[in-house]
Design a protein around this ligand. Structure first.
Ligand code: GLN
Length: 379
């Protein structure tokens, strides 16, 4: 039996389709992602908390779902919007269909809508607050009211909401090619990783490079981190607006002052920017995809990157001791910064990919080199 479904946007747009998850209502900011593959990694990326994701690729679910291709322990996106759910899921690693996966994770989702029309609206008007309602008796006015009641992500501190409540150790490296076993590299560097909504593949890529990682809650004080005697601190990706995360910004200022090696990704990049005194802004529709070209300003090299952000550091507000290292070739927005007077840098896109191309994976290396230099200086 098909489940009727309606997507309502705050601008008044309505899309009738088919419910492919559970019955109910979900609200959030509706964003479009242009990646062709990786729907499971996208759904489980904590940075999508309170966001409803529409995928522009029309056939989603072809390869089913499995327990391995996840970026956290839960489905974090507030909902999913797709054009077409294939009748058959086929892959040797698939253990369940996308529909079963969505239902088991209690996700409200809609298919059979014109995702191209939806994406054009989001591009023209900017990311919209929205609601998906599924069930036998759908009321368009109630759906619109739900969409308009969502307060929007601006000013919303979600990092401390999705973060781990207790610290834990992580030393699993990447999977082998069959994705049946983890690679393990002996830990040479003690790294404290702030969990603002951290993706598993970031932790794996740090572990592959010899990091022994302690993951700590978002609100951990700088003092508690210094007590762990780290060689370096990593600032993770995460959902929501970076600006209200004053606890993290205060801690980062202390790490910079102590000249502790620092590396930030996405939200972590935005927080490093704020800690240096720069400002962040909300973008019109953000960057969400797996094919975004960025230029390394010093070398002129162009790399294709995975992206997922709706806020950005405003390059015009960078203080004199912070240089721009990367820019987006789609819209010229700032993609990377480095401090000129401290061992600290960050990147707006996703060097860990998952999903996406691995062109920018080398951005993990300077962090390792900074920790090496620090260890040598102390020896
Ligand atoms: N992936 C992320 O870390 C996203 C950062 C932030 N929530 C943004 O939307 O810009």
């Amino acid at each position: 039996m098909t489940l009727p479904a309606l997507l309502a946007l705050a601008d008044g747009s309505l899309f009738h389709g088919t419910g492919i998850g559970v019955e109910g209502t979900t609200t959030g900011e509706v964003v479009f992602n242009t990646a062709l593959t990786g729907y499971q990694e996208i759904l489980t990326d904590p940075s999508y908390s309170r966001q409803i994701v529409t995928l522009t690729y029309p056939h989603i679910g072809n390869t089913g779902c499995n327990p391995v291709d996840v970026e956290s322990d839960a489905v974090c996106a507030a909902g999913l919007i797709i054009r077409d759910l294939p009748l058959l899921a086929s892959n040797w690693r698939s253990t369940e269909t996308l529909q079963d996966y969505l239902r088991r994770n209690n996700i409200v989702a809609i298919s059979d809508i014109d995702t191209r029309r939806l994406t054009r609206i989001l591009r023209d008007k900017g990311a919209q607050n929205g609601a998906i309602v599924t069930g036998a008796a759908i009321d368009a006015d109630a759906a619109l009211a739900a969409a308009r009641a969502f307060p929007g992500l601006k000013g919303m501190d979600l990092a401390k909401v999705v973060s781990t409540t207790a610290s834990y150790a992580w030393n699993d490296g990447s999977y082998d090619l069959d994705r049946t076993e983890f690679k393990r590299t002996p830990g040479t560097f003690r790294v404290v990783a702030y969990d603002f909504g951290i993706k598993h593949n970031i932790l794996r890529m740090l572990a592959d490079r010899g990091c022994d990682i302690t993951v700590v809650p978002a609100q951990t004080s700088a003092q508690d981190v210094f007590a762990l005697k780290p060689d370096g601190v990593f600032l993770s990706n995460g959902p929501g607006d970076p600006e209200p995360c004053d606890y993290a910004i205060a801690a980062i200022k202390q790490f910079v002052a102590a000249r502790l090696p620092l590396f930030g990704i996405c939200l972590g990049h935005q927080l490093l920017g704020l800690a240096t005194g720069a400002s962040t802004l909300k973008m019109k529709f953000g960057h969400h995809g797996a094919n975004h070209p960025v230029i390394d300003i010093a070398s002129g090299r162009v790399m294709i990157s995975s992206q997922n952000h709706g806020f950005a550091v405003d390059e015009a507000t960078l203080p004199a001791n912070v240089k721009a290292t990367h820019r987006s070739l789609f819209d010229g927005s700032l993609q990377g910064i480095a401090l000129t007077d401290a061992p600290a840098y960050s990147f707006q896109g996703h060097p860990e990919a998952s999903p996406g191309p691995q062109d920018v994976a080398g951005l993990f290396d300077p962090f390792i080199q900074m920790m090496q230099s620090r260890q040598r200086a102390a020896a």
